[in-house]
Design a protein around this ligand. Structure first.
Ligand SMILES: [Zn+2]
Length: 415
């Protein structure tokens, strides 16, 4: 039967793969494009047919998709089978007639994050697990505190040299970002250079002071606009009392995601204290604190709290790794091994909080510690974690690879 409608299926098919999609720089033999279209869709498996339940809809099925024309809007849509399956499983985005058809499918509206294995009716889908299957890619926003004119805390070594908080924040943040990217996460940094983040206060605002609220808001905006899954602010502590020292993590209380923030801050604290201990520094464990411990009873940290103009919409924590104003803590921060240990602890906390990244299943690039057991050799451990012996030796500063001891903790690098 001829269909007197401008369904444009041929045109939609032929426009599926453009020259820029197919060839580097968009330059190539255009006569090859229909072959790519065929690769994508497969061959037609039905003639175009009017939907008997809705005379305004016309469908044509291909091996890997369905073309759909809607007369009421005059639009032609191609729906690849993967999208069609996804629409059935999450019960969203199906045209009413396909929705009616799909109702008898064991897959129909099975995706339910409140159920075990995220499956609404496990009897219909035995031995399946949909946990997080269609969740958006995890995005971590890393915020190195201060920058530019705002230097944060300052540490002074006995020899007179100075360590500025903004610099060590950025150094650690860069390394955390690198580790997480290698492990397959999407990572965004609020700053990668020694500048403020807000574009309105690159200079001085008011009477020679930075507009700190605007700068903090700019950091929150980056996280919110990226629809980030997790926010990590990296700071190092300062105090007028030089005896104050140690490691502490803050989270925002009274927020919709405070429970998750507390869980993340707790992982951060545990892993940082353990990592510092593993490189030989017994940091003072000051614990995980809600933000009124930082800014006073009843108050919130602007960056994590509800009082910003546009507060963060995701869980997060603010790390205070060590005190720049304490001589013992400060001395540690001169040691690249300590910086590396802190960065790895933060990356491991993020990775444990978020769960495996979408690509980590194939690239086996986790960040973790391993305790040497009886009978272990470095090459066996390296093989187990799919990294090179050299990478383990370098990461752990091992001087004699034949001398590993039972109980020794090894940091396993991201491969
Ligand atoms: Zn700070």
């Amino acid at each position: 039967m001829a269909i007197p409608l401008p369904v444009n299926f041929y045109k939609a098919f032929m426009n599926s793969v453009s020259a820029t999609d197919a060839f580097a720089g968009g330059k190539g033999n255009l006569a090859l494009l229909p072959g790519f279209d065929l690769e994508l869709w497969g061959v037609p498996t039905s003639a175009p047919a009017v939907d008997p339940n809705n005379l305004n809809f016309v469908y044509q099925r291909f091996q890997r998709g369905v073309m759909h024309y809607d007369k009421t809007t005059g639009t032609t849509q191609g729906l690849l089978l993967a999208d069609y399956f996804k629409a059935i499983i999450i019960g969203n985005g199906l045209p009413p007639d396909l929705n009616a058809q799909a109702k008898s499918s064991p897959l129909y509206k099975q995706y339910d994050s409140s159920k075990s294995g995220w499956i609404a009716r496990p009897n219909d889908l035995p031995n399946s697990d949909l946990t997080g299957a269609f969740e958006p890619e995890a995005t971590v926003v890393i915020d190195p505190g201060h920058g530019g004119l705002e230097i944060g805390a300052v540490g002074r070594f006995p020899d007179g040299t100075v360590l500025r908080e903004k610099d060590v924040n950025l150094q650690v943040a860069n390394r955390v970002a690198e580790l997480l990217k290698k492990a397959g996460y999407r990572v965004i940094q609020t700053r990668t250079a020694d500048t403020s983040v807000s574009s309105v206060n690159k200079g001085l605002a008011g009477a020679g002071k930075l507009d700190i609220a605007a700068d903090l808001q700019a950091r929150m905006d980056i996280a919110n606009n990226a629809r980030a899954t997790l926010f990590l602010a990296i700071h190092f502590n300062g105090h007028s009392d030089p005896d104050q020292r140690g490691t502490e993590m803050f989270y925002g209380r009274g927020r919709p995601h405070s429970g998750q923030s507390l869980r993340f801050a707790t992982l951060m604290q545990q892993k940082t204290v353990a990592a510092l201990s593993a490189v030989g520094y017994a940091t003072v464990n000051r614990g995980v604190k809600d933000d009124q411990r930082a800014v006073g009873t009843g108050n919130y940290l602007y960056l994590l709290g509800p009082n910003a103009e546009r507060p963060t919409t995701m869980p997060g924590a603010l790390a205070e790794g060590l005190f720049l104003t304490n001589a013992a803590d400060l001395a540690q921060l001169r040691d690249p091994k300590v910086i590396e240990a802190i960065a790895r602890a933060y990356a491991a906390a993020v990775s444990e909080y978020l769960g495996p990244s979408p690509t980590s299943a194939t690239s086996s690039s986790t960040i973790e510690t391993y305790m040497v057991a009886a009978g272990d050799t470095l090459s066996a451990i390296a093989a187990r974690f799919n990294v090179s012996v050299l990478a383990i030796v370098q990461t752990n500063d091992i001087t004699d690879p034949s001398m590993i001891i039972v109980g020794q903790k090894l940091t396993i690098p991201a491969s």
